[in-house]
Design a protein around this ligand. Structure first.
Ligand code: UDP
Length: 159
């Protein structure tokens, strides 16, 4: 029916977003959140956490054999990160689009209004993360906000 297809809120989707250590250190958090709200997302959950090596190894398990992996672990543990659950229709694809390409140099060249163009530096230090599929979103949201999440990550001081 029109009511259930157009007016119900059940077509909203959730994705996991992270402001990485370079984003926090560079004081980009407020601008990033402002952009998130401007583009129609709501922030359903958020917390500031300090990741350790084991957290990053499990979170980025799919990249464990890549040459950049040890640098990625160092980068992601270099300071606190802000983890958020973003909600809207098509949240997963729309947040990926708003972040821009993985390589922040490419983002600056081809996606000047993207978040990675605003605060990223290169292929590694690209200031934000976003889930790449519904399956990843589900896994990543429960990684940080599931029932046993407090066993996994250390919450940092207040926001
Ligand atoms: N990364 C890196 N070197 C690379 C590719 C990726 O340091 O050659 C880092 C970068 O921080 C990236 C993360 O590893 O965001 C995960 O890589 P992925 O290919 O999943 O990119 P994303 O989904 O974050 O755009």
């Amino acid at each position: 029916s029109f009511w259930s297809s157009s007016c119900a809120s059940s077509n909203k989707e959730r994705t996991l977003a992270i402001v990485k250590p370079d984003g926090l250190l560079g004081n980009y958090t407020d601008d990033i959140k402002k952009t998130i709200i401007e583009y129609g997302f709501s922030i359903a959950e958020e917390k500031l956490v300090q990741l350790d090596e084991d957290n990053v190894r499990r979170f980025y398990a799919e990249h464990s054999s890549k040459s950049f992996f040890s640098n990625l672990v160092t980068y992601m543990t270099s300071g606190p990160v802000l983890v958020m659950v973003l909600e809207k229709e098509s949240a997963i694809a729309d947040w990926r689009a708003l972040m821009g390409p993985t390589d922040a140099n490419k983002a600056k060249a081809t996606h000047p209004h993207s978040i990675r163009a605003m605060c990223g530096r290169d292929m590694e230090k690209n200031c934000v993360h976003g889930s790449d599929s519904p399956k990843s979103a589900q896994r990543e949201i429960s990684f940080f906000f599931g029932e046993v999440s407090t066993d996994k990550v250390t919450e940092h001081d207040e926001l």
